[in-house]
Design a protein around this ligand. Structure first.
Ligand code: PTJ
Length: 274
């Protein structure tokens, strides 16, 4: 009975989004998050996080700016140089782009590890299953016999996999919380984040912050990785050493403020009622 009721709720949220709707893509992505929440993949707070992300995406114009291409390129170079790169997966990102996460892990020879902020064993298994259904072979983070802990952290994200985040040198953490970024850096890990908010503690604390929407960043990183994969190590090292996260975040903020100024000074589209 409860099961039938749940299916009805889930089917109710399948809106028919007309293709010519001016916000079609944003609504489609929003649907993925809502669906993910009903499937217990996305935490309730994941909906709030998504809304915050949408607001910042508006500010950058809902497309990848040039500064983000540079951030993504530096991130891919660092992952390719890593001895043991790991991609940390939470509920939001598993719902939004599971196939692309798997492709990115494959092209970067990285492990995928499920690591949740609102951790419950059941949710961890469901997120793992979501990745497996999309073709992932060896998802880490869900087998308690490999669990260990990052003592610098107090909340449930401290539970990590010995074969993954615990022994990794570079970790990509899309949609992260600032505390874990700090903790991972304190124990000597290089941290790459994807966070639309350039002001977040996560962005400020990361080695490389990508200020872009994960739904664009991850597929674009796959293409960048294909191009950089055959480059010499020295070329990759140069890309990484030329990158300065602090300056890059300043560039992101300048981009947003210039864009808003231009809109305020007259480039804002006026509504035409025909
Ligand atoms: O699945 P769990 O249990 O691990 O929980 C995941 C959430 C996202 C709920 C948890 O990590 C959380 O509460 O995150 P915060 O602290 O709300 O931070 C999320 C950040 O991601 C915010 O700065 C948002 O602007 C940003 N964000 C949201 N959606 C996107 C995004 N950045 C890039 N792409 C998005 N689609």
């Amino acid at each position: 009975m409860i099961f039938i009721y749940r299916i009805e709720i889930v089917s109710l949220i399948h809106l028919n989004i007309p293709k010519d709707h001016p916000r079609a893509e944003s609504l489609r992505v929003r649907e993925l998050i809502i669906e993910g929440m009903h499937e217990n993949i996305v935490a309730e707070a994941g909906l709030i996080a998504h809304g915050r992300g949408e607001a910042f995406d508006y500010l950058i114009g809902e497309k990848t700016p040039d500064f983000a291409v540079k951030q993504q390129t530096a991130a891919v170079a660092l992952m390719l140089l890593a001895e043991k790169p790991v991609i940390s997966v939470n509920g939001n990102v598993a719902s939004l782009c599971p196939e692309d996460l798997i492709k990115l892990a494959s092209v970067l020879s990285a492990e995928l590890e499920v690591n949740l902020f609102y951790r419950r064993e059941e949710r961890s298994s469901i997120v793992t299953r979501k990745l497996e259904e999309n073709g992932a072979k060896n998802v880490l983070g869900n087998d308690s016999s490999f669990h260990t802990s990052i003592d610098e952290l107090t909340h449930s994200r401290r539970v990590v996999d010995k074969r993954g985040i615990h022994s990794a040198d570079v970790i990509l953490v899309p949609l992260e919380d600032g505390d874990r970024t700090m903790a991972l850096r304190k124990i000597g890990k290089k941290v790459i984040t994807i966070d639309l908010n350039p002001l977040s503690r996560t962005s400020v604390w990361s080695d490389i912050s990508i200020v872009n929407n994960v739904v664009r960043a991850i597929p674009e990183m796959i293409e960048i990785a294909k191009k950089l994969k055959n480059k010499k190590q020295d070329d990759l090292k140069k890309i990484v050493s030329d990158f300065n996260n602090y300056k890059s975040l300043q560039e992101s903020l300048s981009f947003i403020s210039l864009r808003l100024n231009k809109l305020a000074e007259g480039e804002l589209e006026k509504p035409k009622i025909e």
